[in-house]
Design a protein around this ligand. Sequence first.
Ligand SMILES: C[S@@+](CC[C@H](N)C(=O)[O-])C[C@H]1O[C@@H](n2cnc3c(N)ncnc32)[C@H](O)[C@@H]1O
Length: 297
Amino acid sequence: MERLVRRLEEDRSLLEPDRLRERLEALDRLDASLAFLPDVSEGVPGVGLKDAELSVRARAVCARLEAANSELYKAIRGEIQLGRGPEALLRWVQASSVEAGGGAAASGVGYDTLDELVSGVLQFEEPDAGDVAREPEMVFYQPTPARHIFDLIGGDLIGLGGLGAEDVVVDLGSGMGHVPLLVSICTGASSVGIELEAAYVERARQCAQRLNVKKATFFCEDARVADLSRGTVFYLYTPFVGSILRDVLDLLRQEAANRRIRICTYGPCTAVVAEEPWLEAAKAPEMDWIVLFRSRD
Ligand SMILES: C[S@@+](CC[C@H](N)C(=O)[O-])C[C@H]1O[C@@H](n2cnc3c(N)ncnc32)[C@H](O)[C@@H]1O
């Protein structure tokens, strides 16, 4: 721990904007170590002088690194507000991804430095307590890990042409709106979030308004009664299971009777969607990644 703190104290270049990934990784390591060191500002009796000093130094390093990140997030938010989101955000997405540090992107759930970047940029306020009476088949809120969202946005997954200005991406069960917000910040597409929980919808709308993202709109409603007629791409991070999923897939099938649609799934609902005869998977479904399906002609 002492060596880590000394190295971080000496490396002043760590405060330069470009060292975001290293800062995020350093903060993770410091956080983990600080769990074992008391916060002496709270006056813990019986703490040795050495530990107290180290705790103060480590917290000072954290504060400096966090201040550098806050400056950067503020600058990125400013660019997004001016409509320069794709260049402003995607550049940092590449720079802060695990792969940029020589690692391999992890499959499955689990959050990383990219999620910290996204949360620093979107800056959601804590939502009020939810008041929806949930049916047992409705799944609780959990955001899609950011690396999967950027995989979706990046174009590889959505397939030829990626997401264009003519696309409307509908997130069914959109929670606080990470997917619609990032889609509309980083691509030419419009997006719609449909979410049952009013407190989440409120936070998503607030974020869109503060970032001046006009192409992302949010509706507080049950996906079973939502207007799906504008959507070209539908995203489901297993928002519901059983009969609700069945009902919504039937609605999507009706939409597909009029036009070709794409459906992207993540999590356990992928296995159910893969059984739909009117859809074909772009490639063999992998449960730990977002899977793309296209409606058949
Ligand atoms: C696993 S979270 C996914 C959140 C978001 N799509 C994302 O990927 O970040 C599922 C969300 O679906 C919402 N949900 C569950 N049943 C719903 C329904 N019938 N209609 C609309 N939203 C629903 C939940 O409130 C929850 O926020």
